[in-house]
Ligand binder design. Structure first.
Ligand code: ADP
Ligand code: MG
Length: 387
């Protein structure tokens, strides 16, 4: 049954429209977003789809086809940050968007929303951003707010940061809102300027595989905050507002300054990761602009080692994907997203995709890990109206 038909069955009337917003995978540039640096995500074919109708009585009703729970009914003028809405707190994501829009002065007088998503949750593929962005995009159209995509992304991020209480950067929402088919999105997290960089894998005979390890190790949340604090300390000692301001060719001097100031050795590692990963984003862009997609492989591998050894956010499952895929002939591979589980990406020749996938599956079985989920990341469109 279509999402629109599910809406009709649930609420007893037809939705005003159906909207979709994708999950994303990050090609390169990890933990650089909150350092006001560069990232380069691409939208996945997997989307959160929302059937929505406007209300004028202040009532907000929320339902997800993917959560076994009844409709969550709220009042838009009573939405409170950090409240748990819906089974497992899921409804706080769309409710947070309504709150963020209203808090920014936009008159949202209520809505009925029914959602269904094909974005795997908790796999580092931003199912949460897809949910937020589809809600923001739909309400923007329904209430004729006239907000542009970056503005919607920022409000969606605010919903997640302030309302849900997750301190994420803006990359996920920007990727879901602003991506276009056949491109990766170069995003400058300082001013939110974007450029669509051609990333036509199929034309090159290539595939980018996503390997979802289906594990999520506990230390994730605390580790993110700790890395963030470490980066802030590094920036403070170096006298810059954000690590983005440390140029790649000044890295050695910056590291020497940090050592002289006797900061914790981990701060030195974090700074090295951020500055080199920003540089890797620029390298990847130059290669893609030159049409040399294969040459990004080694850069992906360097990115993985930096995440594993300097930022230290990898885990045995992610390392196993990268090592096995590389040994089986992949052009490049790295973990992607927040780390401690979630997904890795693997760039392969079309002809090698099956063999590489089989090697990874066999390695997981041999290690006694649950089978990972493997699928191709086809660079897809950002948020849009479906019907
Ligand atoms: P990620 O964004 O990496 O997938 P998060 O932990 O940030 O992981 O977001 C996952 C959460 O988003 C889920 O626990 C749930 O609350 C919410 N969510 C995602 N997809 C759906 C869905 N289809 N229906 C309801 N809630 C969802
Ligand atoms: Mg998320």
């Amino acid at each position: 049954m279509s999402v629109a038909a599910q809406f009709s069955e649930l609420y007893g009337y037809e939705p005003a429209g159906v909207w979709a917003a994708p999950g994303r995978v990050n090609l390169i540039g990890e933990y650089t977003d909150f350092n006001e640096g560069f990232v380069m995500p691409l939208a996945l074919p997997h989307t959160a789809v929302a059937a929505v109708a406007k209300r004028t009585d202040g009532v907000l009703r929320l339902h997800s086809a993917d959560i076994d729970a009844p409709i969550t009914e709220l009042r838009v003028d009573e939405l409170t940050p950090l409240s748990k809405y819906g089974q497992g707190g899921w409804a706080a994501y769309p409710a947070g968007v309504v709150w963020a829009l209203r808090d920014a002065g936009h008159e949202i007088t209520g809505a009925d929303i029914h959602l269904a998503s094909t974005v795997p949750t908790g796999a580092g593929l931003s199912s949460s951003a897809a949910l937020e962005v589809v809600t923001a995009y739909a309400l923007n159209e329904l209430f004729a707010l006239g907000l542009d995509r970056p503005r919607l992304a920022v409000l969606a991020q605010r919903a997640e940061n302030v309302f849900v209480g997750v301190p994420c950067g803006v990359m996920d929402q920007m990727a879901s809102a602003c991506s276009t088919e056949g491109h990766a999105l170069h995003l400058d997290c300082r001013d939110l300027s974007t450029r669509q960089v051609p990333f036509d894998l199929a034309a090159q005979g290539l595939e980018l595989l996503v390997v979802d390890t289906r594990v999520k190790h506990e230390l994730g949340d605390g580790a993110y905050a700790e890395r963030r604090a470490g980066c802030e300390e590094g920036a403070r000692v170096l006298g810059v507002s954000h690590l983005r301001d440390v140029a790649y060719d000044e890295l050695d001097a910056a590291l020497a300054t940090l050592e002289q100031a006797q900061v914790d050795e981990k701060v030195v590692r974090y700074v090295r990761h951020i500055v080199t990963d920003d540089h890797r984003v620029e390298q990847v862009i130059a290669l893609l602009d030159a049409g040399d997609v294969r040459s990004i492989g080694p850069v992906l591998g360097q990115g993985h080692r930096s995440l594993r050894d300097d930022l230290r956010i990898s885990c045995p499952e992610l390392d196993l994907v990268v090592d096995t895929a590389t040994a089986a002939g992949a052009i490049g591979a790295r973990m992607t997203g927040g780390g401690f589980g979630g997904s890795a990406i693997v760039l392969v020749e079309n002809a090698d995709a099956d063999a590489v996938t089989k090697s990874v599956l066999a390695a997981f079985e041999a290690a006694g890990y649950a089978a990972p989920r493997v699928f191709p990341a086809v660079p897809s469109a950002g948020a849009r109206r479906e019907s």
